[in-house]
Write a protein that binds this ligand. Structure first.
Ligand code: G1P
Length: 293
């Protein structure tokens, strides 16, 4: 088995109903945090982890994602003619050299497990990453997936990015149980999709970062419909646990739940405060605003 993670799957076929009407005609992954769409943050995180093949599992009306990672010939010509070199660079940097983009249609929205399975023909027999763009992680350095790839190099086994959440919120996440440890990672003993707080095995939640061995594909194939009537990746991972070690890794950095309006707004505020061009003006505005609250 290849030991390097070179491919990442981005499941982007969801309907994004929580952001309607904004997501009526565009994918939720195209919603911008400050000035960049969520999906671009996710792709940049993959590139920073040394990944060079980006596989999007998409659906109808997600063409904007494909266009975003395509060469914008007219725009580039126009910017070149007007000598707008900075803007031209921003545009060209969206598609780094030596990175390929593959688009696969998920004809039916049958769940995250099914979406990942759709990438099987492109992945083949290699370990790979899965990144859910609506979980945005900012660690100020190399990125969450690079942290996980480093751990993979050492452990050569599946790894899930996890964080402690409010115990009242377990029904929104895959929840894992690990042995008590003070370390940053531990083998998963149990994983369940969206348990109610009263039956949750812990408050350690899976966020949208996975490194999976290709053994997951046969597991997904044999997974029936689970929570919400969907083919859940979590259920396939529960099955994988019977054969292989799967590690829970508490990554460094802040995760923003951009799949929810509040998390999305928080991400915009915090990323604006990190933005060189905006931070001073925005901070002054916020200070004044706070006085009125
Ligand atoms: C998915 C997964 C869930 C995970 C979550 C992270 O759920 O099924 O296990 O905890 O992503 O964001 P979704 O948010 O798509 O319902």
């Amino acid at each position: 088995m290849s030991q390097k993670i070179t491919k990442a799957v981005f499941p982007v076929a969801g309907l994004g109903t929580r952001f309607l009407p904004a997501t009526k005609a565009i994918a939720k992954e195209m919603l911008p945090v400050v000035d960049k769409p969520l999906i671009q943050y996710a792709v940049e995180e993959a590139v920073a982890a040394g990944i060079d093949t980006m596989i999007f599992v998409t659906s109808r009306s997600k063409n904007a994602i494909m266009d975003h990672f395509d060469k914008a010939y007219e725009l580039e010509t126009e910017l070149e003619a007007k000598n707008k070199t900075e803007l031209l660079k921003i545009l060209k940097d969206i598609v780094p050299p030596n990175v390929s983009f593959v688009f696969i249609r998920q004809a039916e929205a049958l769940g995250l497990g099914h979406a990942v399975y759709c990438a099987r023909p492109v992945i083949g027999d290699e370990p790979f990453a899965v990144i859910l763009a609506d979980d945005m992680v900012e660690d100020g350095t190399r990125g969450c997936m690079a942290q996980m790839v480093d751990l993979y190099k050492e452990k050569q086994t599946s790894i899930l990015g996890v964080e402690r959440i409010n115990p009242a919120d377990t029904a929104s996440y895959g929840i894992v149980k690990t042995p008590e440890t003070t370390g940053q990672y531990a083998p998963i003993e149990v994983i369940v999709e969206k348990p109610k707080p009263e039956v949750a095995p812990s408050n350690l939640a899976v966020v949208g970062r996975y490194i999976l061995t290709p053994a997951i594909f046969d597991k997904i194939k044999n997974t029936g419909r689970g929570a919400g009537g969907e083919i859940q990746l979590t259920d396939a991972i529960a099955d994988l646990l019977k054969d292989e070690t799967v590690l829970a890794y508490e990554f460094e950095g802040t995760r923003y739940d951009c799949g929810a309006k509040l998390g999305f707004l928080i991400a915009n505020v915090e990323m604006a405060l990190l933005n060189a061009e905006l931070k001073d003006g925005f901070k002054s505005y916020l200070k004044e605003l706070v006085k009125t609250l």
